[in-house]
Design a protein around this ligand. Structure first.
Ligand SMILES: [Zn+2]
Length: 397
């Protein structure tokens, strides 16, 4: 079972398949997709007709049958289809979990041709392995791979996922590596509020602005999307415009991930404990200062990176309840609600105790407080966050 001295780390590499290899990769995607839809249909029918859940085990048994029935599937490694079953099972577990929590999640959906973009293999040397500098996949061949960084020598490759994103192919190799030694304590904890105008605001009042390239990338994306909307459906131009949109989306995602990597690295390096809001809690009263679509995905990545880096550094990340963090006075002696707060208010004043603070700063102090850490009343103006940002050349606006 899970050994606590081992952590899983994923390394992503660009693949350069040949034309014939691309054909075979696309075929695998297509077969995996139809299998996915078939399994989903089966679960749906069983659920709607008999009120019964089809298990992963049951569907795994169908892999053999599927391979016998469909000539195209014959060539495909059964692990690929078993991973499809696992993916479906995960989708359903997520779905049921959210139903249980009283949310209204969408039922897992059938996947159209453009919505199925990855497949996986789950056992190193069985179906895939590293052959020299190439990645060998059974039924596809030896694919060129760009080793932009080496896999550590003590890493053990466990699984691979082949992804097709924005016209490019990638291999994500999940490896087991021994847990690194915890970093020395810094004696510092921090509460962070995340938002739109400032990406993060600390409980000490420092702000790290959203990087400029976020907005530039979004503007370019909107331009390409307009172009796509104008193109005639089904035409060559349309296909080209779609590729451009996907490429730009991937570019933005890469930039964001890169930036968040650097940022979380700094935070983990400087802090023993980090408190942020748990935005996965369904929360109707959550302030609307966050524009959902852009923000939530960024928060998810930020949280995941933070948690996983904290794990290997022996740091603590606390996710706190986000309810009313910006509508509550952060003075520990007071904690009254700040009722008249509107969206436009960038500054809050407490009518009970007279606390006067920047709104996000106030929220960050509440977040620290909810993690069980202490926020003194007078803000400490130590500029560690800004200094750290400069040190790694994250340039504030
Ligand atoms: Zn107060």
């Amino acid at each position: 079972m899970a050994d606590s001295n081992i952590i899983i780390q994923t390394y992503k590499y660009r693949l350069y398949p040949s034309k014939s290899q691309i054909k075979r990769l696309l075929l695998i995607l297509e077969v995996a997709r139809s299998f996915y839809n078939m399994c989903l249909g089966e679960r749906k029918a069983a659920y709607e007709v008999e009120g019964r859940n089809v298990t992963r085990k049951e569907q795994n048994r169908q892999v053999k049958h599927y391979k016998r029935t469909f000539p195209q599937a014959k060539q495909i490694h059964s692990h690929i289809l078993q991973v499809v079953v696992a993916d479906i099972d995960d989708a359903f577990q997520q779905f049921f979990k959210r139903v249980k929590r009283g949310e209204k999640p969408g039922y897992p959906r059938f996947k159209g041709r453009n919505r199925f973009r990855s497949f996986g293999l789950k056992e190193y040397t069985n179906g895939f392995w590293i052959d020299g500098r190439r990645l060998k996949i059974t039924g596809v061949g030896r694919i060129s791979m760009r080793w932009h960084r080496p896999i550590p020598e003590n890493a053990k490759i466990k699984t691979v996922r082949i992804c097709y994103q924005g016209g490019k192919w990638y291999a994500c190799l999940a490896c087991e590596i021994p847990k690194p030694k915890p970093k020395p304590k810094t004696g510092r904890v921090v509460g962070l509020d995340m938002g739109i105008t400032a990406l993060i605001t600390s409980h000490e009042g420092e702000k790290l602005p959203n990087p400029k390239h976020y907005r530039q990338g979004q503007a370019e994306l909107r331009r390409l999307q307009r172009k796509l909307a104008r193109a005639k459906r089904g035409s060559k131009n349309c296909a080209k415009a779609l590729r451009q949109v996907q490429r730009q989306q991937a570019h933005i995602a890469n930039q964001r991930r890169d930036y968040l990597h650097k940022l979380t690295h700094i935070l983990i390096k400087h802090c023993d404990g980090i408190a942020i809001e748990d935005l996965s809690i369904p929360n109707m009263v959550r302030n609307h200062r966050l524009s959902k679509s852009i923000f939530d995905s960024g928060w998810g990545i930020f949280k995941d990176l933070l948690v996983y880096k904290a794990e290997s550094a022996g740091r603590k990340v606390v996710l706190v309840n986000p309810a009313y963090t910006s509508q509550t006075c952060s003075n520990p002696e007071c904690h009254e609600s700040l009722e008249s707060l509107t969206l436009a208010d960038r500054w809050v004043i407490c009518l009970h105790c007279g606390l006067s603070l920047d709104r996000d700063h106030n929220a960050a102090r509440n977040i620290l407080d909810r993690a069980g850490w202490f926020a003194p009343v007078s803000p400490n103006v130590e500029q560690w966050l800004v200094r750290a940002a400069e040190a790694t050349r994250i340039v504030p606006l």
